[in-house]
Design a protein around this ligand. Sequence first.
Ligand code: SF4
Length: 340
Amino acid sequence: MSEKREAMLYEPLEGKAVRCNLCGHRCRIAEGKTGFCFVRKNIGGKLVTLNYDELVAVHVDPIEKKPLFHFLPGTTSLSVAAAGCNFRCAFCQNWQISQAPREHRLLPHEQAPPEALVAAAERNRCASISYTYTEPTIFFELAYDTGRLAAEKGIRNCFVSNGYMTPEAVRTIAPYLDAINVDLKAFREETYRSIMKAHLQPVLTCLKELAASDIWLEVTTLVVPGTNDSEAELSDIARFIAEDLGPDVPWHVSRFHGDYEMADTPSTPMATLHRAMTIGSEAGLRYVYCGNVPGDDGESTRCPGCKAMLIHRTGYTIRSNRLAGGTCPDCGAGIAGVWD
Ligand code: SF4
């Protein structure tokens, strides 16, 4: 990995140590050491990023794949990732790239500075650039520099994140960030501590900061059997979203498939996902979706007022979109989102 750009959001400490204030770990990093994410290093009292413009994934995706269902539906998003993560989820579905720096695995990568990414988004007629697949917080500087350039060209910016950004990080990226999908992976501190090697409270704080901003917010919970699928925990998540973030925040309950260190855990039963959707609706959420289940009715957007089908989806494909400027054509109810 190269050392190219000074990190943002850090402060000097005594003896050439530094404190990184980018994510909830707030690592104290001694000279010559890296933070918990292994991609930010203290060199002589200066914190630098090790993965600034070294991308391990660049694809054109439908925005529905993020998932973002209430943000420019039917458009494509240039989707990019650098290696690394500030979590260590035992069920990570992208562990080959997210955990590579920690496991000292070098991945083939593509040199892609901000100008090249914005040009690629324009060339591919993408409405947005998504910082995704791994955690965008650990390539925050690239996202920030690219986001500023993209915004000048009228291209939107989206994060798919674990929500571990500090409030300072949210406020720093906010002028250039249009939408975010945050994984709220559980509602138990013990689960965050033991499975993600992180903590719950910084995620809740980040979510509240995002909900209070102008950034369009959607939340995803991967429902993992035996980990976060109890009635009580799903209700806690749904109530938190409805009461603390707002009933218009879409909640995606996603199907788990065994992966990484939990490869032997069975897939989420459909009955559990449908129960989670009911729990979400009963908590007052207006938009609850099923994820990773192509063809299920829970992928589509219905009017929360008259229940009319508004956006009919199969997987990431939109079959029909009856939304007229964010309004239900049948009953006239407003549908929250960014539609143009
Ligand atoms: S981004 Fe998070 S994990 Fe990485 S060095 Fe900064 S505080 Fe630590």
